[in-house]
Design a protein around this ligand. Structure first.
Ligand code: ADE
Length: 225
């Protein structure tokens, strides 16, 4: 999979993809990430990419021209399956969306800033708008990093144990069951006996029951889905 990211703050996106799973995915050639400085397509030598909003009001708006030029130039190199704008008024990111996007070959992510991007870019170029939650961040970079991580770890071969993504919370509309590691007893607090039983069927049943219990207690809304 190839992911291009358009941003005015490329520095913010250096670390999230340089460690652990994302690093491994890139090194294995399973995920290519290219970060592009939007100011490369600025409207003047000062690197301007935003301007005051029509109708007045505080806050700048990211201009059509740099975004459109960047999108058109990058689209000559790759046919994008989706051009995604990260925005608090987009559709809420879910595991289902991450699963679907992990099947695509080429994605272009656009990080907004200030008051957002000119509506005409959204209307004519953006194919999907994603929010990572009902709160407002200062830009789309952290949401883009969240989205790439959620997608990247699903690519075949990225996880060491290929099956483990299947057991993630949300993968089957259930939260994950509790997990334990050594020692079997710590300060008198014991690991449930079943997990030490060595009986894979009983362990699997227990995990399933606990996943349902946890989901009922914490997220009954996803069970109803
Ligand atoms: N940009 C600012 N806040 C955001 C959010 N919650 N999700 C996606 N993009 C954003």
């Amino acid at each position: 999979m190839h992911i291009d990211i358009l941003t005015v703050l490329p520095e913010l996106l250096e670390s999230p993809f340089a460690h652990s799973m994302m690093k491994r995915a890139r090194e294995k050639g399973l995920l290519q990430i290219e970060i592009h400085q939007l100011r490369k397509w600025a409207v003047n030598a000062y690197g301007q990419v935003d301007d005051y909003q029509y109708g007045g009001g505080a806050g700048m708006v990211m201009m059509c021209e740099p975004l459109v030029k960047a999108i058109e130039e990058l689209s000559l190199l790759r046919k994008y399956d989706e051009i995604i704008y990260l925005t608090p008024d987009g559709e809420r990111l879910t595991q289902h969306t991450a699963n679907q996007l992990s099947l695509k070959a080429n994605l272009l992510l656009i990080c907004g800033h200030y008051k957002g991007i000119d509506e005409r870019v959204r209307e004519y170029f953006i194919t999907k708008e994603i929010s990572i939650g009902d709160y407002v961040l200062s830009g789309g970079e952290l949401p883009a990093a969240v989205l790439v991580d959620a997608i990247g770890r699903l690519l075949p071969g990225v996880l060491n144990d290929e099956t483990s993504a299947l057991f993630d919370s949300f993968q089957d509309n259930l939260l994950s069951p509790p997990v334990y590691t050594r020692p079997a007893e710590y300060r008198g607090w014991k690991v449930p006996d079943i997990l030490l039983s060595g009986d894979p069927k009983r362990v699997a049943d227990w995990r399933h029951d606990m996943a349902i219990k946890r989901t009922e207690e914490r997220r009954p809304d996803i069970l109803e889905d």
